[in-house]
Design a binder for this molecule. Structure first.
Ligand code: PNS
Length: 165
């Protein structure tokens, strides 16, 4: 039984994240999408909302569970007895930021290995940050996120602009 943890902010989950999950379930028996609760950041969606959106979008993918964590990823991985941490790589910038994290996580928890998946070329330009910006100004995010996430974004920003601001 090989377990992988796929950690992230997932604010919100994108088609790029879905692509990585789909690749990971082919190699691991169980993949846990682990939503980071970072008390220092003000996310668009709460942890509970991000978990619910991810769970809904991934309902049809066997071998996936969705969880949340706070604190160090290395400690969370130890707690859930993960064999691997999964991260997606869109380009060289991701390598530059991901490699030090992977190396530090290996130092903090030698039981866990980080495995990088190359993002599909069609998802390489997708990030949660860009999706939030596009949705905020009424742009079309339907090709960038699962339908339930697109609906949640539309609702969130419709609520935010009520009153004519
Ligand atoms: O989706 P993101 O924001 O790129 O994910 C970043 C994440 C959650 C993987 C990273 O910030 C993380 O692991 N945070 C938990 C705190 C931690 O362990 N920090 C030390 C990393 S070496």
């Amino acid at each position: 039984m090989k377990r992988a943890v796929y950690p992230g902010s997932f604010d919100p989950l994108t088609n790029g994240h879905l692509d990585i999950v789909q690749k990971a379930v082919r190699l691991f028996d169980e993949v846990t999408v682990a939503v980071l609760h970072n008390p220092e950041k003000q996310p668009l969606f709460s942890v509970a909302e991000r978990v619910a959106l991810a769970a809904e979008a991934l309902a049809d993918v066997p071998g996936v569970r969705v969880d949340s964590f706070t604190g160090l990823l290395a400690d969370y991985a130890r707690r859930v007895q993960a064999d691997a941490v999964v991260r997606g790589i869109r380009g060289t910038q991701d390598v530059a930021s991901e490699l030090p994290m992977a190396q530090m996580n290996a130092r903090l928890n030698p039981e866990v290995t980080t495995v990088f998946f190359a993002t599909d070329v069609h998802s390489a330009d997708i990030s949660s940050t860009l999706v939030r910006q596009i949705a905020k100004f009424g742009g079309d995010v339907s090709g960038l996120v699962p339908p339930n996430v697109a609906a949640a974004l539309a609702k969130r920003f419709a609520a935010a602009t009520e009153g004519g601001h």
